[in-house]
Design a protein around this ligand. Structure first.
Ligand code: 5RP
Length: 236
C-alpha cells in the first residue's frame, strides 16, 4: 500500500510518507520546516481526514504553523511536562553519524528546540542530502540583530567567507521568526561538528548554530523510484 502510493512521488515525498506511517493516535508530533517536512505535514492531514488520526502538532516555524493549521492539525507550543513523542523534519546535509546541517530555510532555532524536546527525531530527505562529511552546504548561524556586525567579525575569524543572509529578492536582511539575523558560513569541510558547534555557540551574540549533533535518532532517505531506505547510525 505504502509502496503503491509512493510510486509516483518525488524522493522527498517518498521519505515523508514512510516517516508519517510511524505516527500514531495520541502522539505529540514535532512538525519540521522546509519542503520535505511540508510533505509530511500534508500526509498527516490526509491521515486525520481519512482515518481520524488524533495527534497534536508542535510547529517549528511560522510557515509550518500556517500549513499545519490549513490541513487541520491542532497545535501547541513545546510541552513543558511530557515532551514530544516524535519529530519529523528535513535537513540540508546528513552524515553517517547522523550529524546534520539544518537552517537552510532559516528555522534552525525553533527546529533545535523542538528536536531537543523529542524522544525521536526522524530526518527525512532525498539522496542528495547524504554526505561523507558535512560542510558543502554553508552552515547557518542565527545571531542577535543588535551588534550583528561585531558578531559577524568574530565568525569571520573562523570562516573568512561568513556573510549575512538576505531575504529572497530583497535588499533587506533575512529575519528569523524570533527576530534574529542569519550569518551563513561556507566552511567547505567540517571535520568535527561537535567541537565546531561548541566553539561557535561560545561566541557572544550567537543564538544557535545549524549543526545538530546527537539529536537525530533515524534517517529515512526517499528514492526517485518510490523506494526508501532507513539508515543505520555509525558511531561518531
Ligand atoms: C529549515 C531546514 C530544512 O529542514 C532544510 O533546509 C531542508 O529543506 P528542504 O526539505 O526544503 O530541502 O532546516 O530550516
Amino acid at each position: 500500500m505504502l509502496t503503491e502510493k509512493a510510486a509516483n512521488m518525488d524522493a522527498k515525498a517518498v521519505a515523508a510518507l514512510r516517516a508519517v506511517s510511524l505516527v500514531k493516535s495520541g502522539m505529540v508530533v514535532g512538525l519540521g520546516s522546509g519542503s520535505t517536512a511540508a510533505h509530511a505535514i500534508r500526509f498527516i492531514g490526509d491521515r486525520i481526514r481519512a482515518e481520524g488520526l488524533e495527534i497534536i502538532g508542535v510547529p517549528t516555524s511560522s510557515v509550518t504553523n500556517r500549513l499545519a493549521g490549513e490541513v487541520g492539525i491542532p497545535l501547541i507550543d513545546i510541552p513543558s511536562n511530557h515532551g514530544i513523542d516524535i519529530t519529523i523534519d528535513g535537513a540540508d546535509e546528513v552524515n553517517s553519524s547522523f550529524c546534520l546541517i539544518k537552517g537552510g530555510g532559516g528555522a534552525l532555532v525553533r527546529e533545535k528546540l523542538v528536536a531537543a524536546a523529542s524522544r525521536e527525531l526522524v530526518i527525512i530527505c532525498d539522496p542528495s542530502k547524504i554526505k561523507l562529511k558535512l560542510g558543502a552546504f554553508p552552515l547557518p548561524v542565527t545571531v542577535v540583530k543588535f551588534g550583528w556586525e561585531a558578531t559577524k567579525c568574530r565568525l569571520q575569524e573562523i570562516c573568512p567567507e561568513a556573510h549575512l543572509r538576505f531575504a529572497r529578492e530583497s535588499e533587506e536582511p533575512y529575519l528569523t521568526d524570533d527576530g534574529g539575523y542569519i550569518i551563513d558560513l561556507p566552511l567547505g569541510v567540517i571535520e568535527d561538528p561537535d567541537s565546531l558547534e561548541r566553539q561557535l555557540k561560545a561566541i557572544t551574540g550567537v543564538i544557535d548554530v545549524g549543526l545538530f549533533v546527537n539529536l537525530a535518532t533515524s534517517v529515512i532517505v526517499g528514492n526517485p523510484d518510490g523506494s526508501s531506505d532507513e539508515l543505520t547510525r555509525n558511531s561518531p
